[in-house]
Design a protein around this ligand. Structure first.
Ligand code: FAD
Length: 468
């Protein structure tokens, strides 16, 4: 048993929060997106929240926690939506949000501390030299760069640049290890994969270097279509136009846009499907021509909107990615969602098949992206939730039809991902976190090396507090 009073005394001088209500609040993320995770993780809480403001603070906290055998779970802004940042067996929640300095900007790259918020980074790089991050999650205005690297995958900009997993989209990370004498390691090239999307289970990211691209005053555009598959065809066509610069392409099926986009629905009809886009200003004439060719009706464009609309409407990216689901949950808390890949080259046909199989039980929401150099689509379809058994059946039917599901109703890395342990990340954990104190319960390969991923059984972390 960890003696938290003694641990707290050893952290004298650092901001430590032990008020149970505040600690519980800082132990939660957007896990409640999933009815399954909501049931499993509702009671999870850390024991202490420790706020760090420098690399030296991080090293000190890790050293003390190692000595006390205390679990440490990193937290950026807590916007992860699979319980990634939730301390399943208690311990210290390491709050990195105040470690947020932008350190250095050059032509093509920015160096920032892990707790920097992505929109703040862009504000700095734009005013410095008209540059911005290549890609960001739709939580751009709240989420941290360290949390994105450790817990996210891609987002706005992925239509041009692919995802975080693509080599070159992260230049360098500095990582602190969890050892008797914590070290700082500099990872670049292939080594970055050791900690990317590892949920902070094998190191604490303290600093990142990210590539930049030219910044534009992106035009938010909504194109309306009579049929969802028309919107999908348009999106696919648009995504493959090499000369037309877009940052976001998201077809969304009726009636979701009208029902969920409450501040935009004055522009929409209930039976209208849409394609939500972000387009470079100079590309608008080409974009208009394409929309016309596809029988699409441009129902909203921010460059021609009234000053009042521009001020009051959320940006297009906050209608997309997991913000579509968030807006849906606000209107109808009974819905849930999936994360699906429709692999190239017959991705559009696969979408059509899933649409005809499920209809309005699983209304479509796609995100067009560059994946391994090809334009294809991910889906974040809404699911009209009718119980966990039916949800499992819907997942199975997607997979049987060649559409892999990255299950957002699981809290482990493997079950939410490729259903296998990432050996590189596991090996790195052995070296960087020998006692297994970083974010326990999230990497099955560490907790239960014999777990059979073929068995269809759900992994239940024995250390989960609410499991008793
Ligand atoms: P947190 O939620 O605090 O942490 C995420 C994970 O990273 C946790 O496992 C945490 O322990 C770990 N972690 C945090 N900081 C560090 C660190 N410094 N070192 C090591 N580990 C760390 N994701 C996408 O990829 N694309 C999207 O478009 C997207 N849209 C979203 C929209 C909504 C409305 C919501 C709720 C979520 C969305 N997400 C998306 C998921 C999430 O917002 C992103 O992954 C986000 O970047 C997480 O950042 P954060 O600072 O909130 O991280």
């Amino acid at each position: 048993m960890t003696d938290y009073a003694a641990l707290k005394a050893d952290l004298e001088g650092l901001p430590v929060e032990d008020n149970p209500a505040i600690v519980k609040q800082k132990s939660r993320d957007f896990f409640w997106y999933s009815p399954v995770l909501k049931r499993q993780l509702e009671d999870v809480s850390g024991d202490l929240v420790v706020t760090v403001r420098s690399e030296a603070d991080v090293l000190r906290v890790l050293k003390v926690c190692f000595a006390h055998d205390a679990p440490v779970t990193a937290r950026g802004a807590g916007t992860g939506n699979y319980g990634q940042a939730m301390p399943l067996s208690g311990g210290v929640v390491l709050n990195l949000a105040e470690m947020n300095r932008v350190r250095h900007i050059t032509a093509g790259s920015v160096v920032a501390e892990a707790g920097a918020i992505m929109a703040d980074m862009d504000a700095r790089t734009k005013s410095h030299s008209g540059q911005e991050l290549r890609l960001h999650p739709s939580t751009y205005r709240t989420a941290t760069i360290g949390g994105f690297l450790a817990g996210g995958s891609g987002g706005v900009g992925s239509i041009r640049w692919g995802g975080l997993r693509d080599i070159g989209n992260v230049i360098r990370v500095k990582v602190a290890t969890m050892e008797a004498e914590p070290r700082i390691l500099d990872l670049a090239g292939d080594d970055i994969q050791k900690v990317l999307h590892a949920y902070g289970t094998n190191g604490i990211i303290v600093e990142v270097e990210m590539p930049l691209t030219a910044a534009y005053d992106w035009v938010d555009v909504i194109v309306g279509f009579d049929e969802f598959m028309q919107a999908v065809g348009f999106a696919d066509d648009l995504g493959t136009q090499d000369g037309l610069l877009t940052k976001e392409i998201a077809p969304i099926a009726a009636p979701l846009p009208f029902d969920y986009f409450l501040r935009h629905n004055k522009f929409l009809r209930k039976e209208q499907s849409v394609c939500v886009c972000m387009v470079a200003p100079f590309a608008m004439p080409a974009f208009e021509a394409m929309a016309g060719r596809s029988q699409g009706e441009i129902v909203y464009r921010s460059d021609r909107a009234s000053a009042e609309d521009v001020k009051s409407l959320p940006p297009a990216y906050e209608l997309a990615w997991n913000h579509t689901t968030l807006r849906g949950l606000r209107v109808d808390p009974s819905i849930t969602y999936l994360q699906v890949l429709y692999p190239f080259p017959d991705h559009v046909e696969k979408v059509r098949k899933m649409q005809s199989l499920f209809g309005d039980e699983v209304p479509g929401h796609l995100e067009f992206v560059r994946f391994d150099g090809r334009i294809t689509c991910f889906g974040l379809p809404i699911v009209r939730f009718a119980g966990e058994d039916r949800l499992e059946e819907i997942i199975r039917l997607h997979e049987e039809n060649g559409c892999p599901v990255f299950n957002p109703h699981r809290y482990t890395l493997e079950e939410g991902g490729m259903k296998q342990t990432d050996r590189t990340q596991l090996d790195f954990k052995r070296a960087a976190d020998p006692k297994g104190l970083l974010n326990p319960g999230k990497m099955i390969g560490w907790e239960d090396p014999d777990f059979d991923f073929e068995s269809q059984s759900v992994y239940l972390f024995p250390g989960l507090q609410s499991a008793g």
